[in-house]
Design a protein around this ligand. Structure first.
Ligand code: ADE
Length: 292
């Protein structure tokens, strides 16, 4: 059971929010907190069944909260421009506007960079980077350009590259940069746009990682100064803060929610090797002379 929000009850009354990827994991946790705080929340994802399950679960979760909002669902593949246009149009026509957009939908698969095929690369870029751009653009052109609004993009701990998932590292770094650009271009329209970069989060997606990746994932705590994984609720509350009036002067920022993990050790071992000889071939102290 999720802990109660730290924010004021009813903070988001009369506010309309879209959360992409809101049917599971971090997106569902974000939707739950917005709902608890009184927002009308439209969760979007590709699978109708998952959305319905999530909506029922979230409704039950906030059933004791008098000031809670209402949850709605709409299927949307964010890689398809017409579906993104329809998603934003739906929020505007059904709920009278769009105050908040949370771009949480994303997906990737582990693979060494050299083995990523073009099709897989393009799929990850289209979902994480292009899909996020399309949602931002449509939210802006259909509503926020005239009325203002607040957007939060969910990225990742890609600050030192993303060994093992090059495609998503490149896409998320692209979203970090997009966030900065849009913060500047759209400020005069009253639009704030920020990002949250979660570190290793123990999420409901854990079960899908499989027996090889699960222990690797759990071992990540060794490399996090907080000495634990993060929780979905810790990401959700950061998003709720960035959307809130308390963050009224924050735009173009990417907030790390990672227990200081990105400041310390990376979950990646570089094999020992001597394949990068220094210029001129002169050995450095402690190294063999390549010419000897
Ligand atoms: N979650 C993962 N991929 C998605 C997509 N293409 N559209 C919406 N939600 C997603």
């Amino acid at each position: 059971m999720a802990p109660p929000s730290v924010f004021r009850p009813g903070l988001y009354r009369d506010r309309v929010a879209i959360v992409t990827g809101g049917g599971s994991g971090i997106g569902k946790a974000i939707a739950r907190e917005l709902l608890e705080l009184g927002a009308t929340v439209l969760i979007a994802a590709r699978k109708e069944e998952r959305l319905q399950e999530a909506a029922a679960e979230l409704t039950a979760d906030v059933s004791g909260v008098e000031t809670a909002g209402r949850i709605y669902t709409k299927t949307c593949n964010i890689r398809e421009e017409d579906q993104v246009q329809a998603l934003i149009a739906h929020a505007v026509s059904e709920f009278g506007g769009l105050d908040f957009l949370v771009n949480n939908a994303g997906g990737q698969f582990p693979s060494p960079a050299g083995a990523i095929r073009t099709k897989g690369w393009n799929a990850v870029i289209e979902t994480n980077l292009t899909g996020t751009f399309l949602c931002c653009r449509e939210a802006f052109s259909q509503w926020m350009e005239e009325h203002g609004g607040s957007i939060v993009n969910i990225v990742a701990d890609m600050w030192r590259g993303f060994p093992g998932m090059a495609h998503t590292g490149a896409a998320r770094a692209g979203v970090d940069n997009l966030t900065k650009t849009l913060a500047v271009e759209w400020a005069h329209r009253g639009v704030r746009i920020n990002a949250v970069a979660p570190g290793t989060i123990f999420s409901s997606g854990f079960d899908t990682y499989g027996p090889f990746f699960q222990p690797v994932f759990l071992a990540a705590r060794e490399n996090i100064p907080a000495r634990r994984l993060g929780t979905e609720e810790e990401v959700a509350s950061s998003v709720c803060f960035l959307l809130s009036p308390g963050a009224a002067f924050i735009s173009g920022e990417t907030m790390r929610v990672d227990g200081a993990g990105s400041l310390w050790r990376l979950n990646w071992e570089v094999p020992d090797h001597d394949n990068m000889p220094p210029y001129g071939g002169r050995p450095l102290p402690g190294e063999d002379d390549p010419g000897a």
